[in-house]
Ligand binder design. Sequence first.
Ligand code: GTP
Ligand code: MG
Length: 196
Amino acid sequence: MLKNARFLMSNSDHTKCPAPTKPEFAFIGRSNVGKSSLINMLTDNKNLAKTSGRPGKTQLINHFEIDSRWFMVDLPGYGFAKANKKLKAEWNKMIRNYLTERENLVSVFILIDSRLSPQPIDIEFINWCGQLELPVTIIFTKADKQSQTKTSEHVHRFLDEMDKMFVEAPDFFVTSATTRVGRDELTKFIEENVSE
Ligand code: GTP
Ligand code: MG
């Protein structure tokens, strides 16, 4: 599993994405949270998805095909403060159209920075996904950046917020693109959901 990853195409319009013939897993979250880095970590390819220290790097819907069996999608981040209003509105529309219309979506991985206490923008976005009954999974990122105690404190605070929102709390994973923590667990989760 996860042996052969290849880039397929980038789109600003969800209707032009590859035909929805394979199970699809999308990565979304605030700009700079580590979406592209996580994709590279999972596929063991530093250069597959473009990453950057500056937020706002990924600007389109990027499709990758894994082992000819499933699609992995790198999306632009939300909440990028420096983008102008018009651009922000366009990205918002692009992401929301994609998420609501894409019929082969198996999981929406929402990435959360494990260094932060629960952020309203993330809670709001997850709430929006929940109302649409999208298949949400939470992924905490950058766990290498602080002690396990701190990570665990933030994770629990975030999960408390999820409890207020969902009858059945979403699955979650704690990851680091640097130390590769969480890789096996997340890969297993994807593999199980691909073959369902
Ligand atoms: P946009 O495309 O701008 O929305 O950002 P993104 O969410 O794709 O983030 P990206 O993967 O480009 O990473 C942003 C920055 O965080 C880069 O400098 C990465 O090297 C760093 N980063 C990402 N994941 C980790 C991690 O697990 N640990 C550490 N230490 N740094 C990370
Ligand atoms: Mg990116």
